[in-house]
Design a binder for this molecule. Structure first.
Ligand code: LMR
Length: 396
């Protein structure tokens, strides 16, 4: 059985972390994976999370199975966060939300669900997109195509190309969109461009699937979530995956959710019943701890306010990192223009570094980035940024 099995390629993102972990250089820097590190280079344990955990320990309960679709309080709180507490789709019971194993788990649930009910559709992802999107939808059995997205010359969005592509997709195509903080480019659509995208998707009968893994890291929780609400207002069908890995710094707890908007309450009930079958045959029901922490924070006004301020601090610090990176590069590599890094949004910068340059950074300086040139700006800090800039200047 095993003798003919070939070695699989390393994962393009988590494989970089494996290589980083194996590196014995004490000055190594991991700019690969999308993880927020504080100024001391540590993954923060948010104060709101610690307080929620203290409360959970004080009120400890037995660990029975959760419902197949997750903790009721979690699903409710997440649905209100994603769509807005005053949302029509919630009032009309047109939205269902199921706890998922992180944002990736939510995408996989959505992909498996769609393969059952739209088996002949093809999937379209942005060019480029998060490395795992293609693999994930292909492993669910879909043909995955690209639509034009990033313009390397302007460092912005090739919006005309994207819109043309949307206009030529067959009805029923599944379009994967990044709700905010596009991964890997950091280039987002403007509100006006979203209006046009929503109109084309709606009138052409395409199926939008919004991936929102970085809510709160762009302009703010409300602002980043706006596009989901606009799609919901336009009517279903709509799929939304979201994650609390980054916004709660709960990476290892795998806390996310899949929401689906349909035409009416009766349709929603049928959708949920089928989604539960997808969950049951994958992992039965989700784990307890992370969901309880997030539900407690979101539904306790004092903890929620604390979370919002802690998330805002992360967002502000990432922006400051961008400024500092650009300023230092301007001083040390005056012939190169990196101003575009300040326009990008979220954790990442599509830096323009080539694969060869990324290899050199890793081999010569133990600085790890994704082969595509994506760097995680949130991993820079006052003690590593000078070294990173010097190393970049050497490979330019
Ligand atoms: C990333 O893009 O680095 C993160 O979303 C982590 C992951 O799972 O790839």
């Amino acid at each position: 059985l095993f003798s003919a099995i070939e070695m699989a390629p390393r994962d393009p993102i988590l494989g970089i972390t494996e290589a980083f972990n194996a590196d014995t250089n004490p000055a190594k820097v991991n700019l690969g994976v999308g993880v927020y590190y504080d100024d001391n280079g540590k993954v923060p344990l948010l104060e709101c999370v610690q307080r929620a955990e203290a409360h959970l320990i004080a009120t400890v309960t037995p660990r029975t199975y959760l419902p197949i679709d997750g903790l009721v309080a979690y699903d409710k709180a997440v649905q209100e966060l994603v769509f807005g507490a005053d949302s029509n789709v919630i009032a009309q019971k047109r939205a269902i939300t199921a706890q998922a194993i992180g944002g990736t788990g939510a995408l996989k649930l959505g992909a498996d669900f769609l393969k059952r009910f739209a088996p002949d559709s093809q999937v379209y992802i942005s060019d480029p997109s998060w490395e795992n999107h293609r693999a994930l939808f292909e492993s669910a059995g879909f043909v995955v195509n690209n639509y034009p997205y990033y313009d390397a010359v302007t460092h912005g969005v090739n919006f005309a190309g994207m819109l043309d592509s949307l206009k030529s997709m067959p009805a029923g195509s599944i379009v994967l969109l990044h709700a905010c903080c596009h991964n890997p480019t950091g280039a987002d659509l403007t509100a006006d461009q979203w209006t046009q995208v929503i109109e084309v998707i709606t009138t052409r009968g395409l199926i939008p699937f919004l991936d929102m893994a970085y809510q709160g890291f762009g302009a703010g929780i409300e602002e980043d979530g706006k596009v989901v609400r606009r799609f919901a207002d336009a009517g279903g069908p709509l799929f939304v995956s979201n994650s609390f890995s980054k916004s709660f710094s709960l990476y290892g707890e795998r806390v996310g959710a899949l929401s689906i908007v349909s035409a009416d309450a009766a349709e929603s009930a049928r959708v949920l019943s089928q989604l539960k079958r997808v969950i049951r045959t994958n992992y039965s029901n989700p784990p307890t701890h992370g969901g309880k922490v997030v539900a407690t924070v979101l539904s306790t006004p004092e903890l929620r306010a604390l979370w919002e301020s802690e998330l805002a601090a992360m967002r502000v610090r990432i922006k400051a990192n961008r400024e500092q990176l650009v300023d230092l590069l301007k001083q040390k590599a005056p012939g190169h223009d990196f101003d575009f890094v300040k326009q990008q949004c979220g954790m990442f910068s599509y830096s323009g570094l080539t694969k060869d340059q990324v290899d050199q950074l890793r081999n010569n300086n133990s600085i790890y980035a994704i082969d595509t040139g994506r760097i995680c700006v949130a991993a820079l800090n006052f003690s590593n940024i000078g070294r990173v800039v010097d190393a970049i200047c050497q490979v330019l």
